[in-house]
Design a protein around this ligand. Sequence first.
Ligand code: ZN
Length: 167
Amino acid sequence: MEEPRRLTMISMTGCDFCDNPTQELTEQRQYYMGYGNLHCSKCKDKAEESFLNYSKKHKWMGMYYFRNNLPKDHPLYNYRQSITVKRTSGDIETNWKLSVADLVYTKRGQIIIPCVNEETNIQKAIRVDELQEQNPNIDFDVVKSMFSNTLELNLGKQTKSANNRKA
Ligand SMILES: [Zn+2]
């Protein structure tokens, strides 16, 4: 497993997984905003495996990967999907979205999803159960099972509904 590194414009050549000083273009596998690995075409599978192992180790997923792993017809596959959030003040706001630059992570066995209010830019990391409560139109059981199955976590009650999405 390769640790992710900061993907800056001055370090965009060379493969992180082999010593082959290849002249071919390397691709980047972004783990989360600005961090990831570069790989040549030969090492694409290795890069994917490394990325997954890194995510498993840290029990989190970059938001891009998180969204991409949801079924294509799931509301959160679309990052423009409005999310209703209950503020600490008790106010209910409907103009929230997934925070695309963030990581979905776990805390005390709960999946935490960072969201952002598009108008005020205020961010809030929200427990998946709390999101489910405020957004009955979005199936968060699919989110939970995708997350725990992909990272091989046991987060308690799970549904099987996302297991066959690649079939
Ligand atoms: Zn390579």
